[in-house]
Ligand binder design. Structure first.
Ligand SMILES: [Zn+2]
Length: 413
């Protein structure tokens, strides 16, 4: 029986098929969650896993689970996954290589005629990016029990429909229960989305933990008035309150930049947002993150203070509509050691690294032993149509993924 092996040409063909769906700016993708393009790539994934003899189930928030049965169907499965949705100006690699990499692992096992003890499931999580429905990683968060299914289905997009309505419109609201079942382990292969591996010439990132991140969705309420005669001291311009909070978030990031902290002014919407009238409503998304949970907590406290100060300076009322936190030392030591050992065995240049972006793995770590593998991406450019991974950037991570999944899937009860 041959040893199972990743076949790069097969993987790259599948990746190329994905790259043709939902084109964005030159070279990139604009495949927002539950859009027509997302339906198309979901249909493609469904067709591929069925052709591979896998069974497909879709849960109540639209996450797709393709299952390859093991010798012991009664044992909890090993889950591999990430997401096929992208940002509005997204790249072709991002989490896509994690889902299609999972499929490639199954294909490699099939080609070698190997059936491990445990089932292997490959998951495509709904709305990882949070680009159409806030917050990000909402489906894995629901699977992990952090959000209820009802709450998640009620998330509303800018363009109108709720997440539940959007699922219905593309036919992807499934009937499998959301979470609540044992998972033996979760592995996620993802591009680094930063410049560290590429700049150091590393082939594999052994992800040890994630930056602690605190995010906020805040609304400001003021009063419309004429931009000319209305006295400054009586103005309640919600747009200004929102802008002040965003600048404060950026400033907080700069204050912690020396130790790697980040503060992000992510989004501001206002109404009416027109010349000639003051806006009476604004909504802001901002976040702060840091490798040290304690520093992240200090940064978050400063954001909370800035929310009140921004509202007061602009004569408005502030309301925190939603806040979220993730990251920290959440990954399973044994699995992380396994990723590193595989990189060593292959002779890949590798390093331990923290994840600075949010990933579905963060929520999965709450319910199952979890690990992540990073591949380098050129220049660290991501969430950008110039995002680029060459085959040689992805191959080592795929080899490691196959190793650790196979090993775990043969773990006895
Ligand atoms: Zn991603």
């Amino acid at each position: 029986m041959p040893a199972p092996a990743i076949e790069m040409s097969r993987f790259l063909d599948t990746l190329a098929a994905s790259s043709a769906i939902g084109p964005g700016r030159e070279g990139g993708l604009s495949r927002l969650a539950l859009s027509k393009a997302d339906k198309e790539v979901r249909d493609m994934f469904a067709g591929l896993v069925k052709a591979q003899g896998m069974s497909l189930s879709i849960d109540g928030v639209g996450s797709m689970f393709a299952r390859r049965e093991g010798l012991r169907p009664d044992l909890p499965p090993v889950l591999i996954g990430s997401h096929l949705d992208t940002q509005a100006n997204g790249g072709r690699f991002d989490g896509i290589i994690g889902v299609l990499g999972g499929l490639e692992v199954v294909r490699a096992l099939d080609a070698a005629g190997i059936t491990p003890l445990r089932a292997i499931e490959v998951v495509n999580w709904t709305n990882e990016e949070g680009a159409r429905f806030s917050p990000p990683m909402v489906a894995s968060g629901t699977f992990a029990g952090t959000y209820t299914t009802e709450w998640t289905l009620a998330r509303r997009s800018d363009d109108g429909p709720t997440l539940g309505e959007a699922l219905d419109s593309i036919g992807y609201r499934g009937n499998a229960p959301v979470g609540g079942r044992p998972i033996d382990a979760y592995f996620e292969l993802h591009i680094e989305q930063g410049p560290i591996l590429d700049s150091l010439g590393m082939q594999v990132g052994v992800v040890t933990h994630g930056y602690t991140s605190h995010g906020f969705l805040v609304s400001f309420t003021g009063e419309t008035a004429h931009t000319g005669p209305w006295p400054m001291e009586r103005r309640k311009n919600a747009l200004v309150a929102g802008a002040r909070l965003l600048v404060a978030s950026d400033d907080i990031g700069w204050d912690f930049a020396e130790t790697g902290g980040k503060g992000t002014a992510a989004r501001l919407v206002a109404w009416p947002n027109k010349p000639g009238i003051l806006s009476d409503w604004a909504e802001v998304v901002c976040d702060v993150r840091h490798d040290s949970p304690a520093s992240a907590a200090v940064m978050a406290e400063r954001v909370r203070r800035a929310i009140g100060e921004s509202a007061a300076r602009a004569g408005c009322e502030a309301k925190i509509l939603d806040s979220w936190t993730w990251g920290g030392h959440i990954f399973d030591r044994g699995l992380v050691d396994g990723v590193r050992a595989s990189a060593v065995r292959h002779g890949f240049r590798h390093m331990d690294i923290a994840s600075q972006a949010g990933h579905d793995a963060y929520f999965m770590a709450r319910v199952a032993p979890t690990a992540m593998i990073f591949t380098p991406c050129r220049g660290g450019i991501t969430h950008n149509n110039r995002e680029l991974c060459l085959p040689e950037d992805m191959a080592p991570g795929l080899d490691v993924l196959l190793d650790v999944v196979l090993q775990r899937a043969n773990r006895p009860a």
